[in-house]
Design a protein around this ligand. Structure first.
Ligand code: BJ8
Length: 424
């Protein structure tokens, strides 16, 4: 691995503290990932990315900045990447998934804030993540209260733009979200100095759609009821990295992986023994390097075959209409696609329960784990309707709440082990 310390210093990072993360990550990755058996060969790409996760992509982003391109950091799948790409900008995900960043977040946020928010703020204020240093502008959104208030704090430190997401899905909300996309496009044009034309936006729509289609192919291979060609732990990593990678490369690598998974399905090459129970995980997103739950499930006799979460199906399902001739039509098409995302911040939100029941069938799941990040009131509350609907449909469900800390791992292992045994 190249020595990245100079680059991190120039980014104003606290390099000494960051060394602690650099020392812990390979161990965690080795324990969770490299200990798996019979992984697809294509995962070598993602292993390589993680081996230098704060080096390779940050260096690429810095090169792009030297060429005058702007980097936009986002925290939610509602922010339309297409707008940024059409203005020759680059998008990088910023959600924090490590306990390492939580204490710095707790210096300014209440402890009773969700770990994703605390880690994201801590990564910026503690100066221990290059992506948070590189982004020229952060783009937030009005989804949950924790994020909204955290954006005010982050906004004191870095240029911050907030998109006002409607919380219902009426016709007027679609129009309102379209207006928000138009306003965001104007801001992006000003910030990058580049004009968004219908041609450039159509190109961007196709690029991001291709990434979605490639991710969908990887997930499609996981639907095979008789074979599990990739572990859920690996599939989660693929989705997590998709938030950071160049979209064209992401599509290319996912398509290659999907080719291999389809071949594995044809040949009956499985990561797990025949009869291994198939689990779907639903709930709050799992930002990198949050691999805790998947690792516990997959070392407790079951396999994760689907994630109904923003680091899962919500990220790639539904495409934006391509080939539209005017910006007005394209902005509306973007609004329609993004408003199909069934985040728990909407009320009412029956679409999410419908998605979960549909996905449970499509992926032939034996049971569902409904996971909530501690202090996420939205998904915690929605868990009531989700779990009731699953029980009514006769699908076993286990509701759990956790955070990034490993303190509850043994307790989770006991509960998940018992759940898997019950499925048997
Ligand atoms: S579209 S799920 S990425 S808001 S930060 S809501 S866990 S308390 S992340 Fe999300 Fe967009 Fe919705 Fe998806 Fe809860 Fe934590 Fe808030 Fe969170």
């Amino acid at each position: 691995m190249a020595d990245r310390r100079e680059m991190w210093k120039e980014l104003g990072m606290d390099v000494d503290t960051h060394d602690g993360l650099c020392a812990a990550l390979p161990v965690a990755f080795g324990d969770v990932y490299l200990s798996q058996k019979n992984r697809p060969e294509g995962m070598a790409f993602w292993d390589f990315v993680v081996s230098d996760i704060h080096g390779i992509r940050p260096a690429e982003l810095l090169e792009a900045q030297k060429e005058g391109r702007k980097v936009f950091g986002t925290f939610c799948v509602f922010v339309p990447d297409e707008i940024v790409v059409a203005a020759n900008g680059i998008v990088t995900g910023l959600c924090g998934g490590s306990q390492f960043w939580v204490p710095d977040g707790e210096k300014v946020l209440p402890k009773s804030t969700c770990p994703l928010v605390k880690a994201s703020v801590g990564a910026r204020l503690g100066r221990t993540c290059p992506f948070f240093r590189i982004a020229d502008m952060y783009v937030g959104e009005t989804t949950c209260d924790g994020k909204k208030k955290a954006y005010e704090i982050l906004g004191e430190d870095v240029p911050m733009y907030i998109m006002d997401l409607p919380q219902m899905k009426r016709e007027c909300d679609m129009l309102k979200w379209k207006d928000e996309i138009v306003a965001f496009a104007k801001k992006v044009e000003e910030f990058t100095g580049n004009t968004i034309t219908p041609e450039k936006l159509d190109e961007a729509i196709r690029l991001i759609n291709n990434k979605r289609k490639a991710l969908a192919r990887v997930f499609e291979a996981r639907k095979n009821p008789d074979n599990i060609p990739i572990s859920g732990t690996d599939a989660l990593l693929v989705t997590q990295i998709a938030f950071f990678d160049d979209p064209a490369r992401c599509a290319e690598m996912c398509n290659k992986l999907a080719d291999e998974l389809e071949e594995r399905n044809r040949q009956g090459v499985s990561v797990f023994e025949k009869g291994t129970k198939r689990i779907m995980i639903t709930g709050t997103p799992m930002a990198i390097p949050n691999w805790k739950l998947h690792h516990i499930v997959e070392t407790s006799g079951a396999a994760v075959v689907c994630e109904e979460m923003c680091t899962g199906t919500r990220y790639f399902e539904n495409l934006v209409e391509e080939g539209l001739g005017t910006l007005d039509e394209q902005y509306m098409a973007l609004s329609k696609r993004y408003m199909k995302n069934n985040c728990a911040c909407f009320t009412p939100n029956p679409g999410r329960v419908e998605d979960i029941l549909r996905l449970a069938k499509e992926y032939h799941v034996d049971g569902v784990i409904d996971v909530n990040l501690k202090f996420c009131c939205l998904y915690d509350t929605e868990g009531y309707s989700v779990e009731r609907a699953l029980k009514e449909a006769g699908i076993p469900v286990l509701g759990i709440e956790t955070d990034y800390d490993d303190g509850d791992s043994e307790q989770l292992r006991t509960r998940i082990g018992a759940f898997v045994e019950m499925l048997g």
